[in-house]
Ligand binder design. Sequence first.
Ligand SMILES: Cc1cc2nc3c(=O)[nH]c(=O)nc-3n(C[C@H](O)[C@H](O)[C@H](O)COP(=O)(O)OP(=O)(O)OC[C@H]3O[C@@H](n4cnc5c(N)ncnc54)[C@H](O)[C@@H]3O)c2cc1C
Length: 401
Amino acid sequence: MARLARTAGLTDIQQEILSTVRDFVDKEIIPVATELEHRDEYPQAIVDGLKELGLFGLMIPEEYGGLGESLLTYALCVEEIARGWMSVSGIINTHFIVAYMLKQHGTEEQKEYFLPRMAAGDVRGAFSMSEPGLGSDVSAITSKAVKDGDEYVLNGQKMWLTNGGTSTLVAVLVRSDEGHPEGTAPHKSMTTFLVEKEPGFGEVRPGLTIPGKIDKMGYKGVDTTELIMDGLRIPANRVLGGVTGRGFYQMMDGVEVGRVNVAARGCGVAQRAFELGVQYAQQRHTFGKPIAQHQAIQFKLAEMATKVEAAHAMMVNAARKKDSGERNDLEAGMAKYLASEYCKEVVEDAFRIHGGYGFSKEYEIERLYREAPMLLIGEGTAEIQKMIIGRRLLEEYRFQG
Ligand SMILES: Cc1cc2nc3c(=O)[nH]c(=O)nc-3n(C[C@H](O)[C@H](O)[C@H](O)COP(=O)(O)OP(=O)(O)OC[C@H]3O[C@@H](n4cnc5c(N)ncnc54)[C@H](O)[C@@H]3O)c2cc1C
């Protein structure tokens, strides 16, 4: 699609990376995505291709073997990939969040140990905050770490780990009372542990079980799992940043860039839905003309394209703000909220344009229709985004009277 979702002011390198990724998406992802998704099959060949392109190290600094690119470059690549198949962007997202958290908060030893292998895609990251009893309310985490000599013993159950089976490094947020007496504010008594494990299911390390894949309505291909810790022993040097009690802030920092990523995914899926809708509307005839010539359908296309443009602009703005070193929680929250809502609406309109055929598994829009809802939930629901946006606005526009 030539005209929509263009980004002004990109460098030559950014343009080159994006055109390579777009080419890869058109040739290697779109032709196979729907078939793999229907089989819930992990897209190993696509992942190998992304590894070769260096996508797993896109934002990892060059000194650790990555490409040292900006959040904007990353987000634009994610947008392209999600246009091809949202699940593939999910495979790199948690990896990217863990690499970002290591880069920002890791000790030098942790960075040197993990980042070069993460840049090569040999170590692959997952991140784990949610539990069966909580997702939005992270402060209610019950999984616990207790110090025992030079190690910590972790117990508890985690839920909804994207890449839980395929990853080999999980950043796990747990409560750690050590040094933080009873009554300490919840967000000051949490710690992120860097948990290495074998890929696969079952007992992947003594004390650590990944039971199996959760069967989902969409977002298939990528594995989403539970994680059970039962006396899992982790050495003290695998506390992210080397100091306990900072986990909540580290995770929130990671989620903030993750929100730009989810916004970018919403943009990509919406773009694809628009492409499918505008093509179909010109092929299908009713009452003697292509349905695109009925004003009601043209209005739908106009609304869809406007939403694609608006979401893209907000996503780019949020990424650029973070790249400039400024706090971007407001912009990231707005971009994630808007892009995911618009994505759902654009997909629904493209589905309606397809008439009965949209309900057939032979048409790509059927897959997109099952994928879009995930974006309303992941990295914080719409309600949580609005809480973040509202709080931040009241800080900015404090009544002075
Ligand atoms: C496919 C998939 C992949 C995921 N991957 C990961 C992952 O990799 N790592 C991870 O840690 N988590 C992951 N998650 C979990 C995800 O982050 C949570 O599902 C999400 O944060 C919502 O939490 P919840 O499901 O517990 O809903 P709840 O928090 O129980 O919320 C239920 C409803 O109540 C609303 N609500 C909650 N609190 C408030 C409030 N204060 N005011 C108004 N409304 C409120 C919510 O918006 C929602 O509509 C994944 C989820 C899915 C579905």
